[in-house]
Every structure is written in C-alpha cells, then in structure tokens.
Design a protein around this ligand. Sequence first.
Ligand SMILES: Cc1cc2nc3c(=O)[nH]c(=O)nc-3n(C[C@H](O)[C@H](O)[C@H](O)COP(=O)(O)OP(=O)(O)OC[C@H]3O[C@@H](n4cnc5c(N)ncnc54)[C@H](O)[C@@H]3O)c2cc1C
Length: 290
Amino acid sequence: MKAPPFTYHRPPTLDEALALLAEHGDDAKVLAGGQSLIPLMALRLGRPDHVVDIGAIRELDTITAGDDGLRIGALVRHARAERSDDVAAAAPLVHEALPWVGHRAIRSQGTVVGSIAHADPAAEMPAVCLAAGATIEARSTAGTRTIDAADFFDGYLTTTLQPDELLTSVQFPTWPSHAVGSVVEVARRHGDYALVGLVTKLEINGDAVTDAALSFFGAASTPVRVAEAEQSLVGGPATAERFDAAAAIVSDALSPAADIHATSAYRKHLAGVLTRRGLARAADKIGVAA
Ligand SMILES: Cc1cc2nc3c(=O)[nH]c(=O)nc-3n(C[C@H](O)[C@H](O)[C@H](O)COP(=O)(O)OP(=O)(O)OC[C@H]3O[C@@H](n4cnc5c(N)ncnc54)[C@H](O)[C@@H]3O)c2cc1C
C-alpha cells in the first residue's frame, strides 16, 4: 500500500520548520530518517496532511562533547553515532545500544532523536535515555523546553511533545568515572525489536554499589525503571546473590502485555533472566565477577 496524499516540505532552516509546525499543528509530522514514519503512513496508520522533512537543516547534524556531557542533534543518524568516538567515550550506553537497533540499512537512515520521538516501548534508545538520565530539547516558535527523559514517554508511541514542537537534540550527562553499564536483550532475530531488553547502569565505589538504574524496554507501554530492584542493589557489594534478589523483584514487579510473539509470563521470566545477565555484564567491566 502507498501513503495517502500529503504536502511535502523541506525547509532549509530550523525557524522555517518551526513556522510550518506552528501553522499546521496536528496536521503535520516531522520526517527525520523516515524508518518508522514512512511505514506507518504506507500502512495508513498515520495520515499527516503535511510532512516536514528536517533533512536539509544541517545545524541539527552535530555531535558535541563537552564538560557537561554529550549532545546528539536531531539529524544524527544511528550509523554515525555508532561510529563516533565521542559517543563511545561520553555516552557508553548509547554506543552499546546502537548495534541492537534494527539492521545496518535502517541505522544508515534512522536517527537517534527520531527513535526517541517515535517512543516505541520495545526500542533501545528511550530506555537508554531513562537509565542515563538524559534530557531532551524541544523547540517551537514559542521558545525552547528541556524535558527530562523520565517525563517524556507517556504511553505506547506517545510522548509529552506538543504538535508544534520539534526535538532538536538529546543530551546525556557526563558519565561518572566509577559507573559501568550494559545493554542486553532477547529478540526473535537480531535486528528485530526486543521481546524484552534491559539497560543497566551501576555506580560502584570501593566494594559498594552507590547507585543503580535498571531500565527495561518491551516490558510495558513505555520504557520503565524498577525502583524497588534498583534500591535493593544500593549500599552493598555487587554479588551474584544480590543480583538474583534484584531479578526476583523485577519479575514480580513487571506486568508486561502478551502479544503474538510472547506471553506475559514469558516476558516476566525474561526480565528476571536479563536482570541477572545485565548486572553481571556491567560488573564484569570493572573486574567484579558476580
Ligand atoms: C524493519 C525495522 C526494524 C527496526 N528495528 C528497530 C529496533 O530493533 N530498535 C529500534 O529502536 N528501532 C528499530 N526500528 C526503527 C528505527 O530505529 C527508526 O529509525 C526509529 O524508530 C525512528 O527514527 P527515524 O529517524 O527513522 O524517524 P522517522 O521515521 O522519521 O520518525 C518517527 C516518528 O518520530 C517523529 N520525529 C522524528 N524526528 C523528530 C524530531 N526531531 N522532532 C519531533 N518529532 C520527530 C516523526 O514525526 C514520527 O512520528 C526499526 C525499523 C524498521 C523499519
């Protein structure tokens, strides 16, 4: 099937893109890499009258590393971020997640920020944003808004972004020197969306875990952290017994939906398995064998 008719815009500047969104509001959609929007339109699950392609706005195609962390602009494609030394050094969770995002051909067109805007609950990048404490910058003709990732994802493919707003970048705070992380998932085939996945961040000082983030994807209608399991890890050593205890809390706490790919019970089981695996993989990076 082909998309229904629409008016295509390719504004050369950010101001012109924002003016188009202000004019057309709910009737317009931003086009970044098109890897999700175009299939949705072809399936007639999305019917925007106006498509605003941001591909000519070169100022959005930037990766900036500084003292306050790393900023990835809205036109940076997955493939470029995957190859970036700045991303690998300053946002290691992004670097580790990227090879899991679809296939190489999709990553050559899709954008990091587009993945966040699309808000698929089974996608890697929204869960990375939650685990890393990222902030997202939204612009409209009315001004600029900075949104914590924790306040951005609102439901299945739904965010708190307003129809006249455009995401310009995502910022990851400086990665703490004593932090380690991992990205693990189970999918039917590599490149498929995950049945369940987990982004882990652990801060370990001396023998003790001082902070923990367990951010799941494919386990709810948005990416989700399990605070009770995170708290169970803090204040003690990174041991296999404590990872098992956190895994049990996770399996108990999550209520994933069933679909044609997996039952809810299977996803709960996977979340527990991935908790142990993700924590062990993170701890192993600083030689803590759990
Ligand atoms: C076969 C296949 C497998 C895939 N597997 C995975 C996977 O395993 N994991 C994964 O994470 N993704 C996967 N994807 C999706 C891929 O990562 C997309 O690139 C991504 O979801 C959207 O990025 P995009 O730049 O293509 O956005 P687009 O398709 O251009 O846009 C997607 C949505 O976000 C909005 N949007 C995009 N950019 C902005 C912006 N700057 N401001 C406001 N709104 C914006 C659009 O209006 C649209 O609603 C897969 C896609 C395909 C086709």
